[in-house]
Design a protein around this ligand. Structure first.
Ligand SMILES: Cc1cc2nc3c(=O)[nH]c(=O)nc-3n(C[C@H](O)[C@H](O)[C@H](O)COP(=O)(O)O)c2cc1C
Length: 431
């Protein structure tokens, strides 16, 4: 009976068709970590790919609809998601022309780390569903480009492998999933593995209502039994190259870093419920600080009040963020919330920003308005989904060229010169 319902894949692993598509095999190697000249990597290297917007359709073509929409979508009516990108149009530049700039220096310091670029890679959950290289591939690309990578709690790769894969600083994003004992265990592992900072996300009291995920059967596809999956399977079968890579990588994997003591890694079932009991409070943050004792970034700040509270609770940095429009819809775009936060913090902690970053001009505008650096989410996830490591390399190269060109056109030789004198903002933003 067992033989009828299982099939052997290339390297000797076995797909257990009775349980959905978990694949029983040893810890799979993250494939395609080094860019090789596959069709996908040739597509992202094409001279026609000149912006992040050109990578999005490549990601869409390779991924099943459910996975693409998980990456691309936002909460409710996606008002904040759209506004996060649109808002950059409200800010215009006031460049300094006729300035000779033999060199342009893109280096900055975040939490005491020298970065070659003013952007980091944001935590993006389930990256391994987008491409088998997943979190390891993204961290490796970030390290090679001289910047930092932030690993999501919702990772398919072990945090030790992600850290070992990168030559740059790696931060760990913490949800209190699996309870305090599991969180204590992962904090100890992150410390031992050499993670440089903890990023504590505070905007996830429950998971946002991502309507596209419900329509596409995302929950059924990743956690249901085979019968629950059947109605949603056609979209997956339409993407054979993604499906093949996914099965070879071991299929649906548990959350490698959420290990409840005595129970092993948490399976991907009922993530919404797990997140609902993982909300972080200021009291939790104090407890986390005691355990971690290194720098903490509070991610998900949108008001001056929360920013002040984060400073008082000892945050080394905050990220002005609305989770890429994936949590509470109709909150302001991150860039719009930045001036209030900058005014409240009064230089007492570093300020990062994430949300809607797709171009070098977006990065420059955020820095002009007071961010030390920005985090990119979907921008690099599109590249990862399109072509794994090669796709992330391409995104990082595009954004680097973009920000360097922007600085030259602004007449700024260094990031210190990128300040509020270089932008014009709507009058009510300054209040
Ligand atoms: C597919 C996806 C998964 C995400 N997963 C996480 C996560 O696990 N933890 C977290 O703090 N933020 C997560 N985020 C939010 C990002 O860290 C970041 O705040 C957001 O992507 C920034 O907006 P952008 O995508 O427009 O750049 C996720 C974002 C996306 C697109």
């Amino acid at each position: 009976m067992q033989r009828i319902f299982s099939t052997t894949v290339l390297d000797g692993g076995t797909i257990d068709l009775t349980s959905g598509w978990n694949v029983k095999q040893p810890e799979a190697n993250a494939t395609d970590l080094e860019p090789s000249m596959t069709r996908a990597s040739r597509a992202v290297a094409s001279p026609r790919v000149v912006s992040i917007a050109d990578l999005r359709p490549l990601a869409r073509r390779r991924l099943p609809k459910a996975v693409f929409d998980y990456l691309d979508g936002g909460a409710d009516g996606e008002v904040t998601l759209r506004e996060n990108c649109r808002v950059y149009e409200d800010v215009t530049f006031r460049p300094r022309h006729a300035v000779a700039l033999p060199q342009c220096d893109l280096r900055t310091r975040v939490l005491g780390f020298d970065l070659a670029l003013p952007f980091l890679l944001a935590p993006v959950g389930y990256s391994r569903l987008m491409h088998p290289g997943g979190e390891v591939a993204a961290a490796r690309a970030a390290g090679k480009a001289g910047t930092a990578y932030i690993l999501s709690t919702l990772s398919g790769h072990r945090l030790e492998d992600v850290k070992a894969g990168s030559s740059g600083p790696v931060f760990y994003q913490l949800y209190l999933m699996g309870g305090r004992a599991a969180s204590e265990a992962v904090i100890e592992r992150a410390k031992a593995a050499g993670f440089s900072a903890l990023v504590v996300t505070i905007d996830t009291a429950v998971s946002g209502m991502r309507e596209r995920d419900f329509r596409n059967g995302m929950k059924e596809l990743i956690s249901g039994n085979i019968f629950a999956k059947i109605p949603f399977l056609p979209q997956v079968l339409e993407c054979p190259s993604w499906l093949w890579a996914f099965l070879l990588d071991g299929g649906i994997r548990p959350l490698a870093n959420v290990v409840v003591p005595g129970q092993g890694p948490m399976p991907l079932v009922d993530i919404t419920a797990a997140l609902a009991s993982a909300a972080v409070t200021w009291a939790d943050l104090r407890w986390i600080r005691e355990l971690w004792r290194g720098p903490i970034v509070v991610k998900g700040v949108l008001t001056g009040d929360d920013a002040r509270r984060a400073v008082d609770e000892g945050a080394a940095a905050i990220s002005v963020s609305n989770h890429g429009g994936r949590q509470l819809d109709s909150v302001p775009a991150s860039l719009r919330a930045l001036p209030e936060v900058v005014a409240a913090v009064k230089g007492q902690t570093e300020i990062l920003l994430d949300g809607g970053i797709r171009r070098g001009t977006d990065i420059a505008k955020a820095i002009c308005l007071g961010a030390r650096a920005v985090l990119c989410g979907r921008a690099y996830a599109y590249g990862l989904a399109a072509a794994g490591r090669a796709g992330v390399d391409r995104v990082l190269a595009l954004l680097r060229q973009d920000i360097e060109r922007t600085l030259r056109l602004l007449g700024a030789a260094t990031l210190e010169e990128v300040d509020s004198t270089l932008v014009r903002v709507p009058a009510d933003w300054r209040r």
